[in-house]
Every structure is written in C-alpha cells, then in structure tokens.
Design a protein around this ligand. Sequence first.
Ligand code: 13P
Length: 253
Amino acid sequence: MRRKLVAGNWKMNGSKAFINDFQKEFSATVGEFSQVDVALFPPSLLICDAAKHFASSGVVIGAQNVSQFENGAYTGEISAAMLLDVACDAVLVGHSERRALFGEDDCVVLSKVRAAIDVGLAVILCVGETLLERESALVEEVISRQIKFVLNALTLDELSKVTIAYEPVWAIGTGETATPEQAQQVHAFIRGLVAEKDQALSSKMRILYGGSVKPDNAEEIFSKPDVDGGLIGGASLLVADFVSIVRSAIKAS
Ligand code: 13P
C-alpha cells in the first residue's frame, strides 16, 4: 500500500512572517500525523527558514527548482548540493510553469532530475497536457513523451527517488479540476508506462494529482486507486485549506 503524500507548492509567494504563522497554525491543528506524508515547497530563499520552523515536525521541505549544473559560472542558479546543504530534501522538476515560462524542455528536465538524484534529493517530476492537447486527443502522447524521456534514461535505483505529479495545465490555478475519473484515467495510464519499465517500481511509485485541488474536492480525487495524494498550489497558501486537504488524504488512505 502506498502512503499518500500531500505537497504544497507555494510558487512565488510567502515570507518569513508567513512561514512563522503557517507553521504555528499547521502544527496546532494537525499535531502529530503518521498516516500520510506532507511536504512544502517554499521559494528557494525561504527554504532555510522553513526547514528550521518545521525541523522534527515530519514535514519535508523541498525546492521548486534546481540547476542542472553542478557548480560554476551560472549566475543566479542554485545547485542540488546547495539545496541539500540547507536541509532541503526534495525538489519539483518539470512544473508546467517552468516548461512554459522558462523554456525547460524534456532534455533540461532530465538533466535537473539527474542533478537532484545524484546528490540524494527526492524528485517530484511534473507532467501534464495543455487544453489544446487534451482537445486534440493528445493526452496520452504528451504524457508518454514527458515520462518516457526520464523513465528510459534512469536506473531503477534512481527511479526509486522519483514521484510523479500529473498536473493538467488547464486545471492549474483556473479553478477547473480534472474530474476524479479523468485523473484516475491518466494516473492509471502513467502507472502502466512505469510498469512497462518495471512492475515492482510501478506498484511502489507515488503519482500525485495537481490542479485546483481544494478542500471540497480533495477526498474524492484522493480516493481513486491510482491517485496517491496531491500537489497543491493556491490552497496550500491558506493553512486551514491545506490542513483540510491533509485530512482528506488521511480519510482517503
Ligand atoms: P493550483 O492548485 O493553484 O491549481 O496549482 C497547482 C500547481 O501548479 C501545483 O504545482
């Protein structure tokens, strides 16, 4: 049985004061939790602060981005080793905002996954189709291309550090969610792709859903057999909503 994971992607939001308030309220309401995993992805500059606040809370702190390079003359970049050095344990790679706004193609995504895994960071690999691709019946083709690019390049050992997040681009920040059935359909397809590589890996690998997950739809989505939790954007900035989504994951476990 896979443990559910609820991950909050704060994107370019938050501050030191926000982390302080968030942590106090989160810890007071959720208290101890052992049934699910929780992770937060603050902006890079706030990772140290978040790691201190959430130290020994069980909440994993991750980064939203990492350089594909090890070190050197890459102004403005942050390496995987630097993230590890500040108690960061995971990183998002391939988010559709990075693919669309920062020109990260499948090659860059693979280099970043490699850079992260090489130092021991866990990776959440994000994939998803645009509305046009869905309307053109290209969902499986797009998802398959994005996933196989990474799947075919890594060993089973390396892939054991990877979680996949299915985030349909048309559902991100739009208030429009994939129905639980649509999510399940793509998640099952993704698991099938992983099974082609290795059956045991596919039954262990977590596949998260992201895209307008809210307190009122989380439990139904998380109850689907191939949905192992969520990657939450907007609702992870509201501690009451995030707590409610974590509780939905516990109920759906
Ligand atoms: P929203 O939950 O705001 O739609 O964002 C999803 C997302 O992009 C998480 O990475």
